[in-house]
Design a binder for this molecule. Structure first.
Ligand code: SF4
Length: 279
């Protein structure tokens, strides 16, 4: 078996930064909780919990003496306000790329532009971006949703940072036909594009493609979908125990990639298990 591991596999800059903040707090003896799971990866969330960092659903659940860590997805302004009113110390690990989208949305919506977010309406990053708008917000994940909407004359378009480029372009094309005065900011993160492009290349050349990451992770699932289009033997595994050993031959070229929320230790475990099963 020949094993190739993607150079861009695993934590992106923003997720790595948030995880480092959390472990730095632990080292400094700061008692902290995260607002929602810090990362969309059950194994890393459990590791953090065992180390002493639990997650809460709202600032109201933060206990006296605890510090609240805001994850890389970012939050709506109301969350900062509630934490301030309750006197909760905050460590803001919002990814700087996401914070830049918040500023854009605030600026353009303040000038009466409607805001259109191309992304998944139930994703926390998208919900938080919508929270920064002072005007009407539309969220589209499909060209058909655009066709059915009653749209304004003027709008700002931004993207969920992890959306697939093809999806962004197909939805945008429909919007362009409907809105004359449009400002488009392609806010897809470079880390996402690099990972997707690398996964396309690796999966086109591999006999077996393995994507490591949480089943609950949006970016991992998108990576997996990309790989399935080019390699029929693509698998999404959360841990080394999920490696489809029966489906791999010892002469296969196996390629590994991982979502932006997959820690390096999990990727290493999968690579080590593959090397020991197919030396
Ligand atoms: S994908 Fe990009 S924008 Fe999102 S957290 Fe990672 S580095 Fe930041």
């Amino acid at each position: 078996m020949k094993l190739v591991i993607g150079k861009h596999a695993g934590f992106c800059f923003g997720v790595k930064r948030a995880a480092e903040e959390a472990y730095r707090c632990l080292d400094a003896g700061i008692t902290c909780v995260t607002l929602g799971p810090l990362i969309h990866n059950p194994q890393e969330v459990e590791r953090l919990r065992q180390a002493g960092i639990a997650s809460v659903d709202s600032p109201a659940q933060v206990k006296q003496g605890e510090t609240l860590i805001l994850r890389s997805h970012g939050v709506a302004p109301e969350v900062y306000e509630e934490a301030r009113k309750r006197g909760i110390p905050v460590i803001d690990a919002t990814c700087p790329h996401v914070a830049a989208i918040h500023r854009l949305v605030r600026e353009y919506s303040g000038n009466s532009d409607a805001v259109i977010i191309i992304g998944e309406a139930d994703h926390p990053e998208v919900k938080a971006i919508a929270g920064w708008a002072e005007s009407t917000v539309f969220i589209f994940n499909d060209p058909e949703q655009v066709r059915q909407a009653d749209l304004p004359e003027r709008a700002l378009v931004v993207a969920q940072t992890t959306i697939k480029r093809e999806r962004f372009e197909s939805v945008l094309e429909e919007i362009r036909c409907r809105i004359p005065d449009l400002t488009v900011k392609n806010t897809i993160c470079a880390a996402t594009s690099q990972r997707q492009e690398e996964a396309e290349k690796l999966s086109a050349e591999a006999d077996v493609m393995i994507v490591v990451g949480g089943h609950n992770s949006s970016n991992t699932n998108k990576l997996y979908e990309t790989c399935c289009q080019r390699c029929t033997r693509s698998y999404l595994v959360e841990t080394a125990d999920e490696i489809p050993t029966d489906a791999i031959q010892k002469t296969d070229r196996v390629a590994l990639t991982a979502g932006a929320s997959t820690p390096q230790w999990l990727l290493n475990e999968v690579a080590e298990r593959l090397n020991s099963l197919f030396p």
